[in-house]
Design a protein around this ligand. Structure first.
Ligand code: CTP
Length: 400
């Protein structure tokens, strides 16, 4: 159902100190439903033991090309054939050179040469090795053959130096894996605009009218759409969440900025999914200077309505529109009224008084209503699962 479930992933681990992060990646991939076969270079085994991978994947980790005790005769061929994706994390400069030149000198480069699955490479090395003309030429060769790279990133390296060469962190690698497996998914060719997070309406340079939205639901929709092959534009208001890998993220502050960004993004889009908690009112006259307490008995704020983004978007080229409704009373009636007033195909309503659904938590329990008034009550599930099921419905609307 989800794009890692039952996927066969070969994780190649090579000899960099960043190998200490690889068991965590293997564990997260396994927890997400993938079957992970780990192959290692001999140098990688100096940094982390094969048994560590075996512990988190429940499968044997291999490092010896000449392993006579292996239960699989042609190990590299078997692993390579059944792989849906091969990830090499960390990938050293040497491994990248071997890949570029088609050398099969260890179990990692051998399996990479034998597989026809997409290859995702996460380099980790000293900045000078990364910048070296030889490495850059090898990377360019691999990119021209369709190999994807994630990182390396800038920051502090194990040597204490600063520079570009750090392997991307596990959450980023997971996003890159999902993105790679999503290619060719059932939303391929579709452009989907998602909004997330709360808006902040300025009162003065330091104060604002805001709300409790964490952005988690909208980010989950953006990720799930990416994982099914869509081109995703995420217009995000206030949130602490990092940019999802492979998603075009536009950060905005106010409802007006969100309106402008959403309208621009909807050009050529097939669907708009508005999970953002847009402020309904903004200070009518924001003050340029910080409002002083001194000399005031009280302070009255005059608020003016913000643009209703969903209503304003209209239906360019038959755009499919999904709204969210966070309600504390009369859930169904209020949600149905919003389908009408905002011209929606679907509304996803949740009762914000429930503690396991709504703002900040990772789970949600929603009621989905379509434009014909048909309702479905979904049980408590993760926001990613809710997102996936909303996209099932959006996909059916595309087909209709
Ligand atoms: N929305 C929008 N523009 C606004 C306010 C809300 O596009 N200015 C979108 C939200 O992103 C959401 C849907 O409209 O998808 C419903 O938002 P909600 O806050 O529940 O509805 P309101 O229109 O604000 O109505 P009310 O405050 O009366 O419940």
């Amino acid at each position: 159902m989800y794009n890692l479930t039952d996927k066969q992933i070969v994780l190649g681990v090579t000899g960099s100190i960043a190998a200490y992060k690889a068991p965590d990646l293997a564990s997260k991939l396994t927890q997400a439903g993938a079957a992970v076969d780990v192959v290692m270079t001999e140098s990688a085994t100096r940094f982390v033991a094969p048994i560590t991978f075996q512990g988190v994947t429940g499968r044997r980790a291999y490092h010896d090309m000449w392993d006579e005790a292996s239960e699989i005769a042609e190990l590299h061929v078997v692993l390579a054939r059944r792989a849906d994706l091969m990830v090499i994390a960390p990938a050293t400069a040497t491994t990248i050179a071997r890949l570029a030149h088609g050398l099969a000198e260890d179990l990692v480069s051998l399996t990479a040469l034998a597989t026809q699955a997409p290859l995702l490479v996460a380099p980790a090395m000293d900045p000078h090795m990364w910048e070296h003309a030889a490495t850059q030429a090898n990377v360019a060769t691999l990119r021209s053959r369709g190999v994807s790279f994630v990182g390396p990133e800038e920051g502090r390296l194990a040597s204490g130096q600063m520079g570009t060469g750090r392997m991307s962190e596990v959450p980023v690698l997971l996003g890159a894996v999902r993105n790679a497996l999503g290619r060719g998914g059932n939303l391929t060719g579709k452009k989907i605009v998602v909004s997330a997070g709360g808006t902040r309406e300025a009162i003065d340079p330091v104060r604002f009218v805001g709300n409790e939205s964490s952005g988690k639901m909208g980010f989950a929709v953006a990720e799930a759409a990416r994982d099914r092959g869509a081109e995703v534009v995420l217009v995000s208001g206030q949130t602490a969440l990092p940019d999802p890998y492979g998603v075009d993220v536009h950060r905005v502050r106010s409802a007006t900025q969100m309106r402008d960004a959403v309208l621009a993004a909807c050009d050529g889009a097939h669907a708009l999914i508005m999970a953002a908690a847009v402020a309904d009112f903004q200070p009518a006259e924001p003050v340029g200077e910080k409002i002083k307490r001194k000399g005031r008995e009280s302070l009255t704020l005059h608020l003016a309505p913000t643009p209703d983004i969903l209503a304003e978007v209209g239906r360019p080229q038959g755009l499919v529109k999904v709204g969210f409704a966070a309600e504390s009373q009369d859930l169904v009636a209020n949600a149905k009224a919003k389908i009408e007033s905002k011209g929606l195909d679907l509304i996803v309503a949740n009762d914000i008084t429930a503690s396991d659904a709504g703002f900040s938590v990772d789970t949600n329990r929603v009621l989905v209503i379509d434009s014909k008034g048909e309702q479905e009550e979904w049980p408590l599930m993760t926001k990613y699962e809710v997102a996936w099921r909303i996209l099932d419905k959006v996909q059916r609307l595309f087909e209709a």
